[in-house]
Each structure stands twice: as C-alpha cells, then as structure tokens.
Design a protein around this ligand. Structure first.
Ligand code: UDP
Length: 406
C-alpha cells in the first residue's frame, strides 16, 4: 500500500519551535482516543471545510479520534440556510413557517442517519444547529459559529436561540460577535495549514504552469481577490476600486471564485459580474483548483479581501503567509488579522481601496516590507497548531457535568 505523508505536529517545528510542539503534544496526550464529531454543511468551498479538512487530520495524527460529517440537504434547504447565514450577518429575511419546517425537518432526517457515541460534538455554523435537539446529550456539545455576528437580524437570532441556548459552549471568531445567549462563549480565531497545496511554497515553474493553464497573462502586475461569489465579499466593490486605481496604474484584476455546495447564490452573482469582464478584468471560476489559488496568491502584486462582513478571512491569512500585501475590508475578523499600515491595509470604501492599490503598485519596497511582516504575523498567530491547541484547552476546561470552568 502506498504510504502517504500526512502533516504531523513535528512538521511545524521549524515554524513554531520545539517548545511549542512539545507543549501541544503533551496536551494532546491527555486526550488520546477522545472521540470528537464535527458537523458542517459542505465538504468544499469556504473556510469551514478548508479548516476541517486539515484540523481533523492533525487531531487524528495526535491520537484523538476525530470525525467530520457533512449534513445532506435539498436545494430548498440550502437556499433557506444561505438566507439565514445572510441574516446572521445583518441582512433582512422573511423566515416563513414553511421555511422553518423545511430547515428543521432536513436536520431531523440527518439526525436519523448519524449515530453518535462521542466525547465531544462540534457543530459548525447555523445549518446543522438543530441537530442537538434529536440526541440524548451524553457529552458536551459546542456550537462553533464562523460568521460575522456583529449585527445579526434580531428575529433570526431569536429563532436560532431555541437551539443555541441548549449548547454547552459557543465558539466565536471575535469578541465583537458575542450576542445574548445562555451558553458561555470562547473566542478562537481560525488558522491555516501551511503545508497543504494551497499554502506550501510553489516553484516559479509551477506557478507559471498554473497561470498559463488558465490563460492568465503575467505581463502586468496582478491584483487578486479569491472568494466565493458572495455579496459580503463585495466583488462589485473590488471591480469599482480596481477601475478607479486603473486611472493611475497599469495592472490586471483577477477575481477568482468558487461555488460551495451549501451556497446557491454564487451562480447569480458570478453571472452578474461577467458583464464587467474585459482585457484588464478577469472573472474566473476555477477556484477549486487549489494550486491555482496558491499560484495567484503567490504571484499577485496586491491581494484584496474587500469584505463587508467577515468572521475571519482565511484568504487574508493565506495571502499574508505568502508575504503578500493584503488590502482587507475594515470589518469583523479582518481587523484582528491586519494591523493597518503595518502588515497590510484596512479599508472602508472603494476609493480607499483604490488609493491603497495605487500606493502599493507604485512602491515595490513598501510591498516587500509589508509582505515580510505579514508572513511573520501569520507564523505567530494564525497557524493551525495554535488553533488545535486552543481547542484542546477548551476540551480540558469542561467538568464532568459539561460545564465550562473559568
Ligand atoms: N477558496 C478557494 N477557491 C475560491 C474561493 C475561495 O479555494 O475560488 C478558498 C480560500 O482559499 C479559503 C476559503 O475558500 O481557503 C475561503 O475562506 P474564507 O474564510 O476566506 O471565506 P468563507 O468562504 O469561509 O466565507
């Protein structure tokens, strides 16, 4: 049988040092054999799937028995849950009783298919939230919300609290996302796997080959945003900002996106963006090619993540890890990822974004300096080892009655 190398904790030693590796190993030793079930709603596309795929492997390599289960749903169900997702990030929603019934029924059906004999259950985001209702609770249940909850729609929050309030703990990405609820919360910021194909170092030849494959010209500096086609990622604002910047600098914009299986809005947004295409504005949909994502992030002169809401931008951390100067929306988790003017820029308008694009494109030294600091920020704060360790600490903080000790 072929032996594949799966990233081990030791692989991180050159990045985080032996002391950190030893400490995490020691913490994990206490949880050998711990059965952890994770539930989310898509196996690819979006940051949650990206992290779960790496985190579950790392935990398993440390001796925990970690599972990842993806709930199944009808198109109806995902259209409702995407509306809920939008409402939790501040959009208006009309959640009729029939929609509620579809949402709750699909989750009930999923519970019939999933047998649980675990020591911890972690439920990611609102889609699988009501699962908890259908099990006899024999272990702590944690709701891990990855969304930007700074201004949720009050009605949606109230409805979802029916289940949120029955969890033993809630994990959020920023303290600003805390809302009224019964369970205690912890703030844990997401992180990236520096060794997967998306983030490992590529050779120039590999990058050239990927870009050539998708016919992306490299004669001009590349300004890149890589995101699901989602209004919260503000693709229209990106095009606007790029057009403004183009009045002063010569560059090419690449907007690369993909469609998550639990996000039915993407296609429409992609289609509406296609009208903006020209020789300098490329709108591409091959975002499931992770080597292409890596190649674009690595080769970009400037990376944008001009989100209007963002729990945490994995794309921001990915590009910073590649020593890129990132311009991020001044919202949610991005504010904790970028220190404005130091290891990237934070912007609140298209005009501001355009001004930063121009400034960075005109100043290679500035790009390099920011990029160097950006990589160091990610090395210190946003690698998966830190994320895995914070979870171990959380597991450790539960007493036998499933209460979180302070
Ligand atoms: N992504 C990708 N291809 C795309 C768009 C996004 O592989 O075309 C990946 C991206 O590299 C990142 C994740 O999807 O790993 C998006 O995570 P993020 O936290 O930035 O946003 P989310 O989609 O979770 O809101």
């Amino acid at each position: 049988m072929t032996q594949y190398h799966v990233t081990q904790l030791e692989d991180y030693e050159p990045l985080i040092g032996r002391e950190n590796v030893e400490r995490i190993r020691e913490k994990a030793r206490r949880f050998k054999g711990l059965r952890v079930a994770n539930f989310n709603s898509t196996y690819y596309g979006g940051g949650v799937a990206e992290m779960l795929s790496s985190l579950t492997l790392l935990w398993n390599s440390l001796g925990l028995r970690t599972e990842w289960r993806v709930i199944q749903g009808t198109p109806d169900f995902f259209s409702i849950t995407k509306k809920m997702h939008n409402a939790l990030q501040g959009a208006e929603i009309d959640l009729s009783s029939i929609k509620q019934e579809i949402f709750e029924r699909v989750i009930y059906e999923n519970s019939l298919r999933n047998f649980l004999e675990h020591d911890f259950v972690i439920v990611h985001d609102p889609q699988p939230l009501p699962l908890i209702e259908h099990y006899e609770k024999k272990c702590p249940w944690i709701w891990r919300c990855h969304l930007d909850l700074s201004r949720p729609d009050a009605g949606t929050w109230k409805y979802l609290r029916l289940w949120i309030d029955t969890y033993d703990a809630v994990i959020l990405s920023c303290k600003e996302f805390v809302q009224e609820m019964k369970p205690p919360h912890r703030v844990i910021m997401p992180a990236i796997n520096p060794f997967n194909i998306k983030n490992r170092e590529l050779s120039d030849k590999e990058i050239d080959e990927r870009l050539a494959h998708y016919e992306i010209p490299t004669d001009l500096p590349l300004v890149v945003q890589i995101s699901r086609f989602d209004p919260w990622k503000d693709p229209k604002g990106v095009v606007e900002a790029f057009k403004l910047a183009s009045e002063e600098v010569d560059a090419r914009l690449v907007l690369l996106g993909n469609f998550a299986t639990d996000d039915p809005e993407g296609e429409e947004i992609f289609n509406s963006l296609c009208a903006c295409r020209d020789d300098r504005i490329l709108i591409l949909t091959s975002g499931d090619d992770t080597a292409l994502v890596n190649a674009l992030q690595t080769r970009a002169a400037v990376v944008l993540q001009k989100s209007l809401r963002e729990g945490f931008g994995l794309t921001v951390a990915e590009a910073m890890w590649k020593s890129r100067a990132v311009i991020g929306g001044n919202v949610g988790g991005i504010r904790y990822q970028i220190e404005d003017g130091v290891d990237g820029f934070l912007v609140s308008s298209n005009e501001q974004a355009a001004e930063r694009i121009v400034r960075l494109l005109k100043d290679e030294k500035l790009r390099e300096e920011i990029g160097r600091k950006a990589r160091e920020t990610v090395r210190k704060k946003f690698l998966l080892t830190r994320y895995a360790e914070e979870y171990l600490d959380l597991f450790d903080a539960f007493d036998k009655n499933f209460n979180l000790r302070e």
